[in-house]
Ligand binder design. Structure first.
Ligand code: SF4
Length: 371
C-alpha cells in the first residue's frame, strides 16, 4: 500500500509526520501548481469548488508517482464539502485513476467501520501508539500555525527585506528531508528561533489586516497567490484565525470528546448570522467583527468562486463594515484568476487603508491640539 493525501498549505507536514510515525509508505503529491490545477480543471465539473479541482489534480499526480491509496476527508454538509469524498472517488474512477480510498470521516456504519479504516491505514489498533502519534501530529499542527503566525508579525518589521521568506523557505526544504514527528518538531523550534533572531524595527507600527474566508483558499499559498507573504512584504501585519490546528482541535477533538469549544466568533457573528450554514461563513463574519473591535485597519475575505457559505457572508459583510467602520476587500478566486489583477486590487486596498490611517491620525491630532 502506497498512501497519498491532498495538499492544503502546510498540512502535508502533519500528514508526513503521521505516516513516518506509523511507518506507512507514502507519496507526497507534487506541490500545488498551475499544472495541478490544470489537471483538476480538466476532470472536475466546471462549477465544482476550486479546492476539489486542486485535490483531483493532487491525486492524479500522486497516482502517476506510484500512489495506490488515497486518504480523504469529508463532512456532512450543509455545503458541498459534505460530498467531496464521494465526488473525488467517482471522478477518479471515471478517469481510470485506480486509487483505493480511506475516508477519514465518521461513517454511517459507526465505530466498527471507522476502526476498520484506521486499522487499514495504521496496520493495527494499538491504542497507545495511535494516541501518541495523534497527539504528536496535533502538536505539530499547532507549532506550525504558531510559526506561521510569528512570520506574519516579523515580516513587516524585518530590517533586511526577504529575511523571513528566506528562513521560511529553508525550513520547508529541510522538512522534506526530515522523518518523524520528533525531528520535525525540532526543526520547527529551530526555525522559530531563527525568525526571532531576525533584525527587526521594533518601533515600526504596521497596518493590520485580518484574513477571513473559506479555509482552503485562505490557508493554501498557491491558491491565494501568497497573500500573507505579499502583504507582509508590503509592510502589513496580517492575521488569520482559521487554521489547521484550530480545525483539528476545535472541530475534531473537542467535538469528539464533547468539550466546550471556543465560539467567540459565533457570538460575534450572531447579530448577522445566527446559525451554521456550512464552510466558514460564521467565522468570516465573527472574525471581521472581532478584528474591528481589536482595532485592525482592514479585513480581506478570500474565497473560491461559487462557494455558497462565503457568498452569503459576502452579502452580509457590508453591514459589518458599516456598523464597525472597518474596510473589507473581497477576493474571489478561480482557475482564471490572474496574479497581476489580483495584486492591483490588494495594492489599491492597502493605499486606501494607509489614507484612512493618515486621516485618523490627523483627526486625533486635531482633537488633541486644536486647529
Ligand atoms: S466551503 Fe465553499 S469551497 Fe469549501 S466545499 Fe463548501 S462550498 Fe465548496
Amino acid at each position: 500500500m502506497k498512501v497519498t493525501f491532498p495538499h492544503m498549505g502546510n498540512t502535508y507536514i502533519c500528514a508526513k509526520a503521521l505516516m513516518d510515525d506509523f511507518g506507512i509508505d507514502y507519496v507526497i503529491p507534487p506541490f500545488n501548481s498551475k499544472k495541478t490545477l490544470e489537471i483538476g480543471t480538466k476532470y472536475a465539473p466546471e462549477l465544482a469548488c476550486l479546492p476539489l479541482k486542486i485535490n483531483i489534480g493532487n491525486f492524479v499526480q500522486a497516482h502517476r508517482q506510484g500512489a495506490d491509496t488515497m486518504i480523504i476527508t469529508g463532512g456532512c454538509g450543509p455545503c458541498r464539502f459534505g460530498y467531496y469524498s464521494e465526488m473525488n472517488r467517482e471522478i477518479l474512477k471515471d478517469i481510470g485513476c485506480e486509487l483505493d480510498v480511506i475516508a477519514l470521516e465518521w461513517p454511517d456504519q459507526g465505530l466498527p467501520e471507522f476502526l476498520r479504516r484506521v486499522k487499514k491505514l495504521t496496520g493495527g489498533l494499538n491504542v497507545v501508539k495511535i494516541s501518541r502519534v495523534l497527539k504528536d501530529v496535533t502538536q505539530i499542527a499547532k507549532m506550525m500555525d504558531d510559526f506561521e503566525r510569528l512570520s506574519f508579525r516579523v515580516r513587516p518589521r524585518e530590517v533586511h527585506k526577504g529575511d523571513t521568506d528566506r528562513i521560511y523557505k529553508a525550513f520547508l526544504n529541510k522538512v522534506l528531508k526530515t522523518a518523524g514527528s520528533s525531528e520535525i518538531k525540532k526543526l520547527i523550534r529551530d526555525a522559530t528561533s531563527e525568525l526571532l533572531s531576525i533584525d527587526m524595527d521594533r518601533d515600526f507600527v504596521p497596518l493590520k489586516v485580518g484574513i477571513v474566508g473559506e479555509i482552503y483558499t485562505t490557508i493554501d499559498p498557491f491558491t491565494n497567490n501568497n497573500i500573507a507573504s505579499k502583504l507582509g512584504n508590503m509592510g502589513i501585519e496580517v492575521d488569520r484565525q482559521v487554521t489547521v490546528s484550530g480545525w483539528i482541535i476545535e472541530h475534531i477533538i473537542k467535538n469528539a470528546l464533547h468539550l466546550p469549544r471556543d465560539l467567540r466568533y459565533a457570538e460575534a457573528a450572531r447579530p448577522y448570522l445566527g446559525t451554521m450554514i456550512g464552510g466558514h461563513a460564521q467565522e468570516t463574519l465573527g472574525h471581521t467583527v472581532l478584528y474591528a473591535k481589536e482595532g485592525y485597519d482592514g479585513v480581506i475575505q478570500v474565497y473560491p468562486l461559487t462557494c455558497m457559505p462565503e457568498i452569503v457572508a459576502e452579502s452580509i459583510l457590508p453591514a459589518v463594515e458599516r456598523d464597525y467602520d472597518i474596510s473589507v476587500l473581497t477576493l474571489i478566486i478561480d482557475e482564471m484568476t490572474g496574479e497581476a489583477g489580483y495584486d492591483t486590487r490588494i495594492e489599491a486596498f492597502v493605499d486606501l487603508l494607509k489614507r484612512r490611517r493618515e486621516r485618523k491620525n490627523v483627526g486625533e491630532a486635531t482633537v488633541l491640539f486644536g486647529n
